[in-house]
Every structure is written in structure tokens, then in C-alpha cells.
Design a binder for this molecule. Structure first.
Ligand code: FAD
Length: 394
């Protein structure tokens, strides 16, 4: 049993929830305080750009149910943490109240990056939260003109969903192909072809200059001078880690919260980071440090972070084994389901077809110095399994 008075979890998303569960599994029997700035209890984000946006799922369908009894827990939803004093072990909330802790879990995720553009703000959307998705959903429908800025996975998923809802969709991005960084040129090109077959238009290797409209956006102007009329503009141009509340502590906040191979924040025992916001060493890739916004990262980091915190609170030494996890990601666009294992982006220079063909089902291998570091498949999961095993052995 690990007895301590209180662990505060900041961020009530999947990573915060899974860490709370894992802490109970580790035997922590003290008080848990879960603080989240959204009013909603934890929910699953992947459907926001797919089934929820398409109207096939309701907000209730995507709620995350705790997988175990969380015991003594207080939920502070709709509450923002504005600062933390790690040296004094306390967090400060927007309403000026403070909460002291024995252990702190940093689970604040990321927010959408927004473009700094002249012109009206109304009609410009981003997609990160349930509120964003519920705002966007009624705006999509037959003959609505949608311009998506950004051809990463969220931009491509929204483009596909909007098109399936009957919208006229144009994707504008500086890259040569959609999802270029994680997929590479060949598979990204194939994805473009599949989107175009379904009527999505692209303006790739283009940037935008300004937005037109008096009160709300009516068109987007590209750097070339081309004007794309639109009813809805979606900015899907990457994310920014939510770390501002941790400023003024002697910790590194370069691209997320930098932590060690136990997910502990250096110099601060009893403080751990999990999920999208955690920047940690990946034992699988020779200790390269990275922040990874993949679905399985919250659950895997939660397991390790809870073990670290429980050991610290019980005065036990930390396990010597460095944290090991295989990043897993998937995306669903029209009839294409792409599944990724590892970190394909690390092997962007050397990409090989491992099996199949691009226009059918394919498994691509991503190599760094001749070592397999990632695979991406458009096949079913069965075809990917042998390559997944190869990746784990590499
Ligand atoms: C639209 C969309 C589609 C996705 N689709 C896929 C997919 O198909 N496949 C896949 O693998 N992954 C997908 N992902 C990624 C996946 O959902 C994330 O990796 C995962 O949600 C990260 O969980 P998290 O708990 O770390 O962060 P979050 O889910 O972002 O949770 C963090 C929470 O902390 C809150 N918070 C932030 N700052 C504060 C503060 N100061 N005080 C209090 N609360 C705060 C935030 O508002 C948020 O509620 C998708 C993400 C999005 C947005």
C-alpha cells in the first residue's frame, strides 16, 4: 500500500484518467484530485474528426469510462490551473485557490496552433476538443465550401469527413503531399490520389496570405493571389503543448515537459508527465527524446508514471529498466485505414515497400541507418504483425 495524502492530476483527458487508474493499481490509497479546464469528463478525441463530426457518434458515445474504481477522487472540471510552484508542491487555480500535493501528474496535452492572419476571426475553426467538434458539426453539409489549412492527419481526416457529408473541400498546405512527414512521398502521394478520387481538391506547396470577409470569413487568399471562396475555414496546422502554467520552475519546457526515462521531471521527485505533453527518451530508438501525439502514449506513459510516483511516495528505489514503449497510431480517411507502428518520421530518408503495392494494400518500412524504425500499412492488421515483430527486434 502506498499511503500519501494527495496526488493532483492536472489535465482530465485520457492520460490523466489512465494515470489515476494506474495509481490505484499501484496501491495508492490517498486522495486523488483531477483538475481539467474542459467542462466535460474525459472523452476519446479520435472520433472528433471522424464519427462524431460525421454525426454517427454522440458526445455520450465517446465518453471514457474508468476501467477501475477510482476510490477517493475529487473532480474539478471547468477549472484551469494557472501556475505551479514545484518547490512548495502546490498548484494555483484560476479562482486564486491553491491545492497542495504530495505527488503531481502533468497531463495537460496540447492545443491547436492557430494562424496569425489579418482579416476576420469568425468562421475560422480548429479541432481539438468536443466543444470545437460540436461547433463545427452543424456547419458541414451539402454544398458547404470548406477550406482546410494543413494536410496533417487532422486536416486530412476532416477533409474526408466533410466530403462524405457533401461539402466541397479544398486542402491547402505547404508540403508536396498530404501527411508527408510521417508517411513520405510515395504513400502520401497515394493518399492524395484516394482523396482526389472522392472529390477533395488540393493546393499543395501553397501557403495562405489572408482571409477575406467583413464579419466572418468568406474566402481564403493564397500567396499566389488565388482566392478560394469558403463558408468554413479549418486551421489544422499543428499543436502547442500546454505548459505555460509550469513556467518559473527550474524545469525544461522545450517542446513539452522534458522528463527522464521514468517520466519524472528532472530535479523534482514526485512530479511526472504523461500523454501528449510528455517529452521523454524512447528506449526503442536508442534513447532519442521526443514528444509523441499517438493514441497509445497516454495509456503506456500512465502505467510507467504511476509506478514511478508510487515508488517515490513509498520511498522505494525506482526500477532500473528504462521505460519502453512502441508508439502506435492509426487514421481513417474514406475507405483507407492507415496503421503505424514505431516512429516512421525518424526514417524519412530511406523508405521501402515491404509488401504489397501502393494502389492496393501496402506495408511501408522506414529505415534509419539501415535499421527499421517504423512501419505504416494500409493493409489489415494481420499483414502488419510480422513487420511489427521485426520492428520490436530491430
Ligand atoms: C481531432 C483528433 C483526432 C485524433 N485522432 C487520432 C487517431 O485517429 N489516432 C491516434 O492514434 N490518435 C489520434 N488523436 C490523438 C489522441 O487523441 C491524443 O494523443 C490523446 O488525446 C492525448 O491525450 P492526453 O490526455 O495526453 O491529452 P488531451 O486529451 O489533450 O488532454 C489534456 C487535457 O488537459 C486540459 N488542460 C490543458 N491545460 C490545462 C490547465 N492549465 N489546467 C487544467 N486543464 C488543462 C486540456 O484542456 C485537456 O482536456 C487525435 C487527436 C485529435 C485532437
Amino acid at each position: 500500500l502506498v499511503t500519501a495524502s494527495r496526488i493532483v492530476v492536472v489535465g482530465a483527458g485520457i492520460a490523466g484518467l489512465r494515470t489515476a487508474e494506474a495509481l490505484r493499481s499501484e496501491g495508492f490509497d490517498g486522495e486523488l484530485v483531477m483538475i481539467g479546464d474542459e467542462v466535460h469528463p474525459p472523452y476519446s478525441r479520435p472520433p472528433l474528426s471522424k464519427d462524431l463530426l460525421a454525426g454517427r457518434h454522440s458526445p455520450e458515445d465517446i465518453a471514457l469510462k474508468p476501467v477501475r474504481d477510482l476510490g477517493n477522487i475529487s473532480w474539478r472540471l471547468g477549472a484551469t490551473v494557472v501556475a505551479a510552484t514545484l518547490a512548495n508542491r502546490e498548484v494555483l487555480l484560476e479562482d486564486a485557490s491553491t491545492i497542495a500535493y504530495d505527488g503531481l501528474v502533468i497531463a495537460t496535452g496540447v492545443r491547436s496552433r492557430r494562424l496569425d492572419l489579418p482579416g476576420p476571426v469568425a468562421g475560422r475553426h480548429a479541432l481539438r476538443s468536443l466543444t470545437d467538434a460540436m461547433t463545427l458539426r452543424p456547419l458541414l453539409g451539402p454544398d458547404r465550401r470548406v477550406v482546410v489549412i494543413g494536410a496533417g492527419f487532422i486536416g486530412c481526416e476532416v477533409a474526408a469527413t466533410a466530403r462524405l457529408l457533401g461539402c466541397e473541400v479544398t486542402v491547402v498546405a505547404p508540403e508536396a503531399v498530404p501527411m508527408e512527414r510521417p508517411l513520405g512521398h510515395a504513400l502520401g502521394g497515394e493518399l492524395r490520389r484516394r482523396h482526389e478520387d472522392r472529390g477533395v481538391q488540393f493546393r499543395l506547396q501553397h501557403t495562405i496570405n489572408s482571409v477575406h470577409g467583413d464579419e466572418a470569413v468568406t474566402a481564403v487568399e493564397l500567396a499566389t493571389g488565388e482566392v478560394l471562396p469558403c463558408d468554413v475555414m479549418l486551421e489544422a496546422v499543428g499543436s502547442i503543448p500546454n505548459v505555460e502554467w509550469l513556467r518559473h520552475n527550474d524545469i525544461s519546457l522545450v517542446d513539452g515537459v522534458v522528463c527522464d526515462s521514468h517520466l519524472e521531471v528532472e530535479g523534482h521527485e514526485q512530479v511526472v508527465a504523461v500523454g501528449d505533453v510528455a517529452h521523454f527518451p524512447h528506449a526503442m530508438f536508442g534513447g532519442v527524446t521526443a514528444r509523441v501525439e499517438h493514441w497509445n502514449v497516454p495509456t503506456e506513459t500512465a502505467r510507467q508514471a504511476a509506478a514511478t510516483l508510487a515508488a517515490r511516495l513509498a520511498g522505494r528505489p525506482l526500477d532500473n529498466e528504462p521505460f519502453f514503449m512502441l508508439p502506435v497510431f492509426w487514421t481513417h480517411q474514406f475507405d483507407t485505414r492507415l496503421q503505424s507502428f514505431g516512429l516512421p518520421g525518424l526514417g524519412a530518408g530511406d523508405i521501402r515497400v515491404l509488401s504489397g503495392s501502393l494502389d492496393g494494400g501496402v506495408v511501408m518500412g522506414y529505415f534509419s541507418q539501415d535499421r527499421l524504425v517504423g512501419i505504416v500499412g494500409t493493409t489489415g492488421p494481420k499483414e502488419l504483425l510480422p513487420y511489427r515483430a521485426q520492428l520490436l527486434q530491430a
